[in-house]
Structure formats: structure tokens, C-alpha cells
Design a protein around this ligand. Sequence first.
Ligand code: IPM
Ligand code: MG
Length: 367
Amino acid sequence: MSTTKKVLMLPGDGIGPEVMRQVLRVMDWMAKKRNVNFEITEGLIGGASIDAHNNPLTDETLADAMAADAVLLGAVGGPKWDNLPFEIKPERGLLKIRKEMGLFANLRPALVFDALVGASTLKEDVVKGLDIMILRELTGGIYFGQPRGIEERDGVRFGFNTLVYSEPEVERIARVAFDMAMKRNKRLCSVDKANVLESTVLWREVVERVATDFPEVEVSHMYVDNASMQLVRNPKQFDVMVTTNMFGDILSDCAAMLTGSLGMLPSASLGAADKNGARKALYEPVHGSAPDIAGQDIANPLATILSFAMMLRYSFDMGDDATMIETAVQNVLKGGLRTADIMQPGMAKVSTTVMGESLINELDKIA
Ligand code: IPM
Ligand code: MG
């Protein structure tokens, strides 16, 4: 039996298109060997869309994204567009697609691959075997709160933003976090700043209330300053962390660096489940567009390939296939192949293309 999955590919800017090409090979392999049909369409986002349409995300692309079963995004941004007005910067395209698709739950796993444990700046025993999941609220909080702006009041300029959360907004991300904890090690740490910010006093209250529906999950609360310290001091104390949009932005970069290999980390952004259980979803690597190395065939395609694996797991209920891709990634690394960003002494440095090819060979062996 073969089912068709509609996937919209948004390669974006910088290294986005070249890492995306390697994912296309994996999809092609899946179509041939695993009998899944992907109906692939491509669109523009970020700087690429600004160049073509003077708009980082057009209504057409947004409509395609809404109609797709899942979206895979490369990366957006670059120096070429840095000086554009705020409203049409590449990043606005990303924020708009998240908001319009209602992708409130952002999953950012930070996983240390055994073969790469030496790549972390932290001591090996602190990070070996690390596997945490950061759940970031993605469509609310200070990123979107009103009022916002820059204005002059009595001759003095003010810049301001609003940190606001409603109970339902907190509740829905909390529920995703508890569900996630139930599927993992049943520990959830909610990160807030409830000693200073009322919005997160409410956050903490709602998390406590939702917790009563999940008696098996061990819940803790941590202030964000302490959480950032604990992440570096002893990251393995965490299983699932759930937090606000901006705290999640910051903590997930910190967690990413624990692994020493930003080029390896995938992410998923999910919307609410509809009546059939389907969710709008967008998958993207955590790394950026890396304009300094774009077009040189040296970028690491693994984060985007692992994002595709997350798509299989969370959008298409193909957990076994996702695990297969993840195992293939582990094996390629064990075999000593490295792109430049994760290069270590004694290993073989390979290009983006060769990394993609080797992954396919590995998949052939496993399947
Ligand atoms: C991220 C990025 C974005 C964010 C930027 C590019 C708008 O840092 O996905 O973490 O702040 O959400
Ligand atoms: Mg960020």
C-alpha cells in the first residue's frame, strides 16, 4: 500500500538549498525502498522570497504551507538582507509562517551522539548520553504581544514589547509537554521567571493545574537564570523542559551548544491536532543559513535530514522509518565521516554531497 504525503519544501537562504538537496535524496530512497509517495512542491521563503517578490513570505507560499501535510524548511537570512526595514526582513517570514500556521509547540531535542561526544566544549562525563527535549512555546509571549513598537513620548524615544500569555495558550503547550514527558522519562521541568514576571506566575499556576492530569510525571519549576546555569552545570538532570517563547529561544541555543554540534540538531514546530488527529507541522534544522559557507558543498546536511526524520515520526506516524534514518546517521558518524563543522582529528572530512551519499549507502545496508 502506498500513501501520498504532501510535503512543501522551503529551502530558503544560504546553505538551505544545498542541505535540502540531500534530504531530497533520502525522500527519493524512501519512495523507492519503503513504498511511500511524497508529493513534493517547492516554495520561497526569507531572502530568496524577498529577491523574487519583495516579501519574505507571500500569501501563495503560505497557502501552500497550509495545504501541505508537512513543511520542511532550510534556513533564512543573510547579510544581503540585514539592512532591510524590520517588516520585510527574512526573519519576519519565519515568524509569520509559525504564527499563521498556529505552530505553538516547538520541539528542540538536544542529543549528544556518542561519536561526537568530544565535540562539546563541556567535559565528556557531563554530556555523554545527553538526551533532553526542550519544548518552546512558539506563537505567543513577547515575540507577538501587543502593544509593541518604537515611539517618541515627550521628546524621548521608547522601544517596547509586551510579554503576555493567556491561560489557554499556556495550557496547550503544557499538555504537549506532559504528553512528551510520558513518552520519555516522565520528568518535566517548567522554566519561568515567576519571582519577577506576572505572566509567568500565571504560567506556573497553569502548569501545576495540568500536572494533576499527569500524576506519573515528576514536575519541577525552575527560574530561567537558574535553568541556564543548571543546563551547563549538569544537563543530564533534565528530561523534558517547557518554557516561554523567548526563554526557549535562548535555552535551546544553550542546549544545542552542549552537544557541540549545532549542525546536527533538528526541530519540529507543531500546531493543534484537528479532529482526525492531524497537526499542521513545520520541520527545520536549528542551525541558521551560514552565509559564509553557502554554495561550497561543505555544510552539514544531517540536521535537516534528522528534521525530516522528525517529520516521519510526528506527522506521518512512521516512527520506525525515523529511527532507521537516525541509526543511519549514527553509523555514518561511527564510520568516521565528518563534515567540516564536526571534524575531529583522525576522521575523514567529507563534503555535503558525500555525506548525503554515505547516508543513503548506510540506509541500503540497514533496510
Ligand atoms: C530560532 C531563531 C528565530 C527565533 C529567529 C531567526 C527569528 O533564533 O528559531 O530560534 O528567534 O525564533
Ligand atoms: Mg534562536
